[in-house]
Design a protein around this ligand. Structure first.
Ligand SMILES: *Cc1c(COP(=O)(O)O)cnc(C)c1O
Length: 713
């Protein structure tokens, strides 16, 4: 019996470190114990272990060889945690006693910890995972959103409905942070409109720690307790308080824990107030004036901007800023006007709102966009901030986003890589030579593996559609259709992302007749899988979804156009792993990077995309498909017309014919050649290990320069 107790303890320990999210062996362990329960608990092992009866674990132990599998997983976790033979140990040793503090409003680590809304969060989650794998001393700072982002369902009219579920803290892989004296850590943020308090939670992500601030404490007013309920939920006033919490509260949490970062990384402008609190503390500790403290803090601060879309940059009226930052302003010995100038392109223009991106740029000496094109677009966009420089000299560089390969790679494809690239390929992921071995994979083996993934996707879609139909009481006819939609042999195109206007989700559906011809072609048909949420306030985005639903209900489309509700990391994983083609048609140059396409090629899918974001620097003519030539037009409607026509041309003249060009054995040899070319040319570049290494070399080490371990804090 002692052995049983130990198994349960060890499973609990595995569940408490999100390392499991990129370990198929551990995921299989949980799933094999009770597949139904695993699914119904949203793949949340903490909840799963609370709900599974101990007798069941005991009963299954023998069947599943549980002892040895748990022991093995447990040993691997511990080896991983104590391994100090990492890339970071060699290249980032100087960060060891003074880590990087990485601030982000959202973190997408797994669907069971719903504190993310989309790409920004998933990127931050992948950043933490790669920092862990590489052994980079880095600590994340974010917010515990107890209702997360909304859950999406569609009503009978195809109109998006939002529901918010309150998380149960006992069922999350989080632990309350306590001080050395055993007391709960609570940070206080003073402002002219009262004191805001927050407690702090800790999440372990492999070797990396993530601290999450939570305003739901009894000391706060009722309205402040709700401040950390919903991600991107409130008005400007709620937003500025959330940003105060993240930036100032985050720095205070670090101070309380005696953590003295050598680098502050602000992932997006949301956390720019962190710089002000750092400056305040520096002025106090060193008894130096503002100008000197700004120089010191800016030197150690890295800022990543994520969008050229104007609405993506938070702006607040000066009185609201004064209400919340007035106390800090006084501590900085700045006048009202000088302080407001920190958030303005033209400091003395009192009509200008206080912009978080402007503040972040002024408080950092290391700024970057998230792709080569976005770097250039950002330099043009923020040129007015640097009137004495040419556009090329604007100090904003770029580090292109990447994805955490082991999180997004389907286990069967990972096994194929293990067989052909060598078992240690993840450690050599950023070396082009690692990926050359893809050439040695038999065409049939790659194709078969991808067919398995595609079959899983179809299975997943049918199951989800059945659940959707049942909830809506759509009737027997719809139910029957749900069980038979999509065909394994048909070219499958995926499109899943936020329904932001510039992403143009319905571009491909523009001409119903042409679409019908392509979908119902007797020899070369296509099918489409959609998913994605519209922001609750975005009526136009909701109309786009409704449009797709209307199409998906027309009999000539209904077997081959589907919409999977409630896009999250779980839906994303199935889609990026199972499609043949990933469609991406943003209005260039508004997609700063995009990352979902990077998850796709890893799994054998091909990108079919406008030359925007990462694809503008990734496409080489043979590793996927391009829509257009990277043109833009001052009139959006002209640009849309041109892009639609280019989309059709590429689809009809390249994508479809290549997919259906089969040899005597039924293999599309030229298609497979493209899949291999994609893996070979993109695999080593567009992953989060390469991205984090770039941050270390280009930003973190220069920012940390001079702040060595021996320096007094
Ligand atoms: C990867 C991912 C994204 C980002 O996709 P884009 O290509 O940047 O639009 C958004 N949401 C989820 C759930 C993801 O997994």
């Amino acid at each position: 019996m002692a052995g049983q107790a130990q198994i349960v303890d060890r499973l609990r320990e595995l569940a408490r470190n999100l390392w499991w999210t990129w370990q198929p062996n551990v995921i299989n362990l949980f799933r094999d114990l009770d597949p139904e329960l695993w699914r119904s608990t949203d793949h949340n092992p903490v909840e799963f272990l609370k709900k599974i009866p101990t007798e069941l674990i005991e009963r299954r132990a023998v069947d599943l060889a549980l002892h040895s599998r748990v022991d093995y997983a447990f040993r691997r976790l511990h080896d991983y945690l104590k391994n100090d033979d990492s890339w970071g140990a060699t290249h980032a040793a100087s960060l060891r006693c003074r880590p990087v503090a990485y601030f982000s409003m959202e973190f997408g680590l797994h669907e069971s910890l719903p504190i993310y809304s989309g790409g920004l969060g998933v990127l931050a989650g992948d950043h933490l995972k790669s920092a862990s794998d590489l052994g980079i001393p880095l600590i994340g700072i974010g917010v515990l959103w107890d209702e997360g982002y909304f859950r999406q369902s569609l009503n009978t009219d195809g109109w998006q409905q939002e529901t918010y579920l309150e998380a149960d803290e006992d069922l999350l892989p989080i632990e309350a942070v306590r001080l050395a004296n055993g007391k709960l850590l609570v940070v206080s943020i003073e402002s002219h409109v009262g004191t805001l308090k927050a407690r702090v939670w800790r999440v372990e992500v492999g070797r990396t720690t993530l601290l999450l601030l939570d305003a739901n404490v009894p000391e706060n007013s009722e309205s402040d307790r709700k401040l950390t309920s919903r991600l991107y939920g409130g008005d400007a006033k709620v937003r500025i308080r959330q940003e105060l919490l993240l930036g100032v509260g985050g720095v205070k949490a670090l101070q309380a824990l005696d953590i003295h970062p050598s680098v502050i990384h602000m992932n997006e402008g949301h956390s720019a107030f962190a710089g002000l609190e750092m400056i305040r503390a520096e002025m106090e500790a060193e008894a130096i004036p503002f100008a000197e403290a700004v120089r010191d803090v800016a030197a150690m601060t890295v800022f990543t901007t994520h969008t050229p879309v104007a609405a993506g940059h938070d702006r607040f009226p000066a009185p609201m800023v004064e209400e919340h930052l007035g106390k800090i302003r006084e501590a900085l010995h700045l006048s009202y006007d000088d302080f407001m100038g920190l958030g303005r392109v033209y400091p003395s223009d009192t009509n200008e709102l206080f912009c978080m991106t402007v503040l972040a740029l002024k408080l950092s000496r290391h700024a970057n966009g998230v792709s080569a094109l976005h770097g250039a677009v950002s330099r043009r966009m923020w040129h007015p901030l640097y009137p004495n420089r040419t556009e090329e000299e604007v100090p904003i560089g770029h580090i292109t986003n990447g994805v955490h390969a082991l999180t997004w790679l389907a286990p069967p494809m990972r096994e194929l890589y293990d067989r052909h690239l060598g078992l240690d390929w993840p450690e050599r992921i950023r070396d082009p030579r690692t990926w050359r071995a893809i050439e040695t994979v038999e065409d049939a083996e790659l194709w078969e593996t991808q067919q398995v993934l595609k079959a899983r996707l179809i299975d997943f879609v049918r199951r989800r559609l059945a659940v959707q139909c049942e909830r809506r009481k759509d009737g027997d006819e719809a139910m029957k259709r749900a069980g038979t939609v999509l065909d394994l042999n048909v070219l499958t195109i995926g499109f899943a992302r936020r329904f932001a206007t510039y992403k143009r989700a319905n571009l491909v559906l523009r001409d119903a007749e042409l679409l019908s011809d392509m979908i119902n072609s007797t020899d070369k048909p296509i099918q489409l899988v959609f998913a994605g949420k519209a922001h609750p306030e975005d009526q136009y985005g909701k109309e786009l979804i409704q449009n797709i639903i209307k199409k998906a209900r027309v009999p000539r489309f209904s077997h081959r156009i589907v919409f999977v509700e409630d896009y999250d990391m779980n839906v994303a994983r199935h889609l990026v792993q199972g499609v043949d083609v990933w469609l991406n048609n943003p209005r260039r140059p508004q997609e700063a990077s995009g990352t979902s396409g990077e998850k796709v090629f890893l799994n054998g899918g091909l990108n079919f995309s406008i030359l925007d974001g990462w694809w503008a620097e990734a496409y080489d003519g043979a590793n996927g498909f391009a829509i257009g030539f990277g043109q833009t037009h001052s009139s959006p409607s002209v640009q849309d017309d041109r892009d639609y026509s280019a989309l059709l041309t590429t689809l009809r003249e390249q994508v479809v014919p290549l997919f259906y060009d089969r040899d005597a054995t039924g293999l599309p040899r030229k298609w497979i050649a493209r899949q291999k070319a994609a893996m070979k040319t993109l695999g080593w570049r567009f992953n989060a290990d390469r991205m984090v290494m770039d941050y270390v070399m280009n930003s973190y080490l220069p920012a940390a320069l001079g702040l060595s371990c021996s320096m007094p804090k």
